[in-house]
Design a protein around this ligand. Structure first.
Ligand SMILES: NC(=O)c1ccc[n+]([C@@H]2O[C@H](COP(=O)([O-])OP(=O)(O)OC[C@H]3O[C@@H](n4cnc5c(N)ncnc54)[C@H](OP(=O)(O)O)[C@@H]3O)[C@@H](O)[C@H]2O)c1
Length: 429
């Protein structure tokens, strides 16, 4: 049996530094668990002179990734640079050189995972990606192992810490989106360019990965509906609160019949007593329902240097154990099934609808008439007088198909008595 396993790392940013720091900090216990010494042999970065949040022997650093990818001594390559290119090319080159891969790169997996996993599968190599979804929360390995006997019916998660922080602060401080976004950027919880988080794309990548594992099928990213949180206002949060709800950015994957699935990312109203409703600030949570296990919930830190480092190191340990016992490649890609991905129009849920109307008799009845014509039945309605002879009306509907709701909204928007549809959101239970 090998007594040293050599590791090459691509990237020494947030996650790379957390990975190296944890390997240093818990070296003894990690090596005892593995049964061999772990040696970081080379680390590729863009700028070898940059200050790092972790102490590393400078001679390990290189600005040439090929020195990691083509080093015949290296057993495991950790890809922690992010993005699709050149990360994908580096991962494929490492696989072709017989190296096992650990990565936290959700975008690369969501867009190119299948090709990479096929390459790893053909070569009986490990490709592990626990850190790619919900940072420090174990979810990929539990789904692939402990829960793998279940047919998963549904996954619902809060998988983006930035948007959860923004929505939590808006709720607790009665603050506007733009002000909280600036605060999140100052605290380092949001990127200078926050679009991937606030437009929902980060959550879309994560949901694509989770759904492909849960429903054992390939998930085309383009068919995962995505809507961000930029249109959520302080007023919507206030109205939701009065109705007994909080607003969260949810990633929802569900099985529909035996051959189809739905996957969608959007903000939604959740009842305050829902298990996910109290997941606040940068925390993430994933709730899933299996046919045998029932409801399971995972909760923890969904990003950050040490939490994501924890996931990457867990994967490294797993690969080392497989490697030492000749069992690599034992958990290959499980996308066996062909499933139709149903469009958003077919989703059935409840809706919250807030509008400004002229404050005069008959308006409520006119709007209720349009809703009724489109088979949208009403669970509750609240009308409040505002300034300028207008009234605000807040509706919550019963469950209805999204196509009906959209048709009704189009007609309501055209009614002369309706000044504006201020917002409409889905309500999940
Ligand atoms: N940050 C998180 O909390 C978190 C959580 C879960 C998953 N992830 C994922 O983990 C991955 C890394 O994220 P991160 O936040 O650690 O990113 P980061 O802080 O920007 O670090 C990226 C690192 O990669 C290096 N790098 C970039 N392009 C390179 C290239 N072409 N060749 C060599 N090195 C290159 C950079 O070098 P320099 O330092 O020299 O510029 C840097 O060290 C991403 O896929 C991300 O989605 C991140």
């Amino acid at each position: 049996m090998k007594d040293v396993i050599h590791i090459g790392i691509l990237g020494l940013g947030v996650v790379g530094s957390g990975t190296v720091a944890l390997l240093q900090q818990n070296r003894q216990i990690i090596e005892r668990k593995v049964g061999a010494r772990l040696n970081i042999r080379r680390i590729a970065v863009r700028d070898i002179h940059k200050r790092r949040p972790v102490e590393v022997d400078r001679s390990l650093l290189t600005s040439n990734p090929i020195e990691v990818l083509d080093d015949p001594e290296i057993d495991i390559v950790c890809e922690l640079i992010g993005g699709v290119s050149p990360a994908k090319e580096y991962v494929l080159r490492a696989l072709r050189n017989g190296k096992h891969i650990v990565t936290a790169n959700k975008e690369m997996i969501a867009k190119e995972g299948h090709a990479i996993m096929e390459e790893a599968g053909r070569r009986q190599l490990d490709f592990q990606f626990e850190g790619s979804v919900a940072g420090g929360i174990p979810i990929i390995q539990p789904m692939k192992n402990a829960l793998s006997g279940n047919a998963i019916q549904e996954i619902m998660g809060i998988v983006n810490g930035t948007t959860n922080y923004i929505l939590t602060r808006m709720t607790l401080e009665n603050a506007d989106f733009a002000a909280v976004l600036r605060e999140a950027q100052a605290l380092g919880y949001a990127e200078a360019d926050p679009s991937s988080d606030i437009e929902g794309f980060d959550a879309q990548y994560k949901l694509a990965i989770l759904s492909s594992i849960a429903f054992t099928c390939r998930v085309s990213l383009q068919k995962v509906y995505v809507e961000g949180i930029t249109h959520i206002t302080r007023r919507d949060i206030e109205c939701a609160r009065e109705l007994g709800y909080v607003i969260k950015l949810l990633a929802i994957g569900s099985r529909v019949g035996s051959d189809a699935i739905q996957a969608r990312v959007h903000p939604a109203l959740l009842p305050v007593n829902h298990p996910l409703a109290s997941t606040n600030d940068v925390y993430n949570a994933i709730y899933l329902r299996g046919d045998s296990v029932g409801d399971v919930m995972f909760y923890g830190r969904g990003a950050g240097m040490m939490p994501t480092g924890s996931a990457v190191v867990g994967d490294i340990i797993d690969v080392c154990r497989n490697l030492l016992r000749g069992a690599t490649g034992r958990t290959p890609c499980t996308c066996f099934d062909q499933r139709e991905m149903l469009p958003m129009d077919t989703v059935e849920t409840k809706y919250y609808l807030r509008m400004l109307v002229l404050d005069k008799p008959g308006v409520l009845a006119a709007i209720a008439g349009v809703l009724g014509e489109n088979e949208v039945s009403i669970e509750s309605v609240v009308q409040k007088a505002t300034a300028h002879q207008q009234a605000e009306i807040i509706w919550v509907t019963h469950r209805v198909r999204e196509s009906n709701m959209r048709a009704a909204l189009k007609q309501i928007d055209a009614l002369p008595v309706v000044a504006s549809i201020e917002n409409w959101l889905r309500v999940e239970e």
